[in-house]
Design a binder for this molecule. Structure first.
Ligand code: HEC
Length: 96
């Protein structure tokens, strides 16, 4: 498990095609910044919950029609952790 593996998963998993190459939310107008600029206070557990249950730490629901978390939630624990490591390694986005 590594940052490089997470980057690869973010590419094939589609995260980058919506959240932008740098995951700062520049590809799809609805897709927010998911760098530390916006989710810097999230824990790894919060990230798991967002992908598996579609909930943000404040309990609000991530719209499954816009964000395919039902599919993303099927990634293995290792894969989710690798994407998380990759996200945390990126510079903070601008959108905060
Ligand atoms: C089809 C486009 C699309 C893809 C693919 C996608 N997302 Fe999203 N994502 C969105 C949209 C749009 C939202 C905001 C949904 C809303 O407004 O409820 C979102 C929300 C999120 C959030 C919640 C952020 C917040 O504070 O609102 C996280 C975390 C997230 N996505 C991570 C990922 C990861 C990791 C992947 C790849 C495994 C991914 N997304 C793939 C479109 C996408």
């Amino acid at each position: 498990m590594s940052v490089e593996y997470g980057e690869y998963l973010a590419a094939i998993g589609g995260c980058r095609s919506c959240h932008g190459l740098a995951l700062a939310g520049d590809a799809n107008p609805d897709a927010p910044d998911i760098t530390v600029g916006r989710i810097g206070t999230w824990t790894e557990e919060d990230f798991f919950r967002s992908l598996r249950q579609g909930k943000r730490p404040d309990g609000s629901v991530i719209d499954p029609e816009k964000m395919p978390w039902v599919r993303s939630g099927q990634m293995t624990d290792e894969e989710v952790r690798a994407v998380w490591m990759y996200m945390r390694s990126l510079p903070a986005g601008e959108m905060e």
